[in-house]
Design a protein around this ligand. Sequence first.
Ligand SMILES: [Zn+2]
Length: 271
Amino acid sequence: MKKIILIWDFDGAIGLINASYPYNFNFKNLQREQNQVKLALDILDEYGIKCCFAITGFSAEEGLAPYTFPALIKEIHDRGHEVASHSWRHEWSSIFQLNQVDKSLKRSQLALEKAIEHQQKVIGFVPPHNRPMSWLKRGAFSWGDRGIYPFFKAADNESIIKLLKVNDYRWVRVTYKTIFQKFFNLKRNPTGTVLNYKGVLVLENHYTGFDTFVVNHILNTNYSTYTISAHPLMLDFPNKKESMANFKQFLEQLKSSGQKIEFVKPMELVD
Ligand SMILES: [Zn+2]
């Protein structure tokens, strides 16, 4: 049985404010993102698929959509999907002090769990901007983190994983490339692997999008897990790998392949 772990990075207004291109922040895009989430929920229902939405904690605060949207988060939960933390305010946390990251983990967990009326524990963390990409113990170092360990403790995944454990998180999505892989340009599994690391389930690397490449990869290989990520807003961009057309084709092709494929929520893989 091939397991697909589908994770939506649901950034919300605070995510758009703190994304790399602040000029993207506008009311229309916020409404687009909300609409695409609702469309995605309907399609997921149609296929009977459960997946995970990693959401910024700020978005779960009391208030009005599209700026904050606790009701939509509750709906996501009620329709059977896992709610995970995508940090508090989509910060670039590799330049943060560890206690700031700690606050972000705690605050997002608190706000999200409140929005879903404590019907699910928030045990998953999807770091914004996929940072840090450095993990010295595993031979990964990235200048792109901007902060450098040991001056910035939060710029190393080892510290983040320790912090997650303290805060009762049980899984994390981590993106990195070892210096060895970079240097020799070694091919790795584009949809990543899942490993248990010091009591935390690490979803190591993932593929973003639903294009033909990833469909063929899933159908023509025999890994036990495939981690896919996407952004709801991008469903509304026809030329992106994460477009609605690709999403629908992805689901249809997997379904019609006749292969034993199931979608799982990351929390189901945690023992
Ligand atoms: Zn994000």
